[in-house]
Design a binder for this molecule. Structure first.
Ligand code: URA
Length: 201
């Protein structure tokens, strides 16, 4: 039998709520661990993601994966990765308000099912949408990144953090250090499981 998350992903893959489904190649619902402690939320699929139907698999995704592994000591399969929009906007233009309004309920249902302890917003569009929904003050990404906001939500207690979008670090190397320092802070929010002898055998 399908899990609730798998059924939701099937539903996303037949979405017709906005016109982006007409121009996309593939839906990009999100992927990862259904029991993830930490969820990363980007803006929208880019060209590579649209081709593969998977989030963050292009150059920005390679950087995100490296940060997850090196700074958090986790594998991609341990976390959940999704976007505000599940379809690529033409030529990677910014998401429109009515597209976000149409798509956001899917993300909320993903959060409800996964119940992460930590949500990391990647970039200003993600941060603005998520922070506004969860009533966290947001003015701009430069001012509001790197701060931890702990909120009691309908889906349990969640720590929210925003950082620059990894794509920003690809064209502005100074951002890379800032993202890395934000990931060090995020690392402190993760509960490490106690390793037992059986983990090594
Ligand atoms: N940028 C995003 O915001 N999301 C992706 O999945 C890829 C690039």
């Amino acid at each position: 039998m399908k899990s609730e998350l798998e059924s939701l992903i099937d539903e996303i893959k037949s979405c017709r709520k906005c016109t982006l489904h007409l121009t996309k190649k593939n839906y990009v619902p999100g992927e990862g661990n259904e029991n993830a402690q930490i969820m990363f939320i980007g803006e929208a699929p880019g060209r590579e993601e649209d081709e593969q139907g998977r989030p963050f698999v292009g150059n920005a995704g390679k950087l995100l994966t490296a940060l997850i592994e090196r700074k958090l000591g986790l594998a991609r399969k341990d976390v959940y990765i999704a976007n505000i929009l599940k379809c690529r906007p033409p030529n990677n233009r910014d998401p429109m308000e009515h597209e976000v309004d149409a798509c956001f309920p899917y993300l909320l249902r993903q959060i409800e099912i996964i119940k992460p302890d930590v949500i990391v917003c990647l970039g200003r569009h993600s941060a603005k949408t998520i922070f506004e929904h969860f009533e966290i003050p947001f003015r701009n990404i430069s001012r509001d990144r790197g701060k931890v906001h702990v909120k009691n939500t309908d889906f349990g207690k969640i720590s929210f953090v925003a950082t620059y979008h990894p794509a920003a670090a690809l064209y502005k190397p100074a951002y890379r250090e800032i993202i890395e320092s934000d990931f060090e802070k995020i690392s402190g929010l993760i509960k490490r499981k106690n390793l037992t002898l059986s983990d090594f055998i």
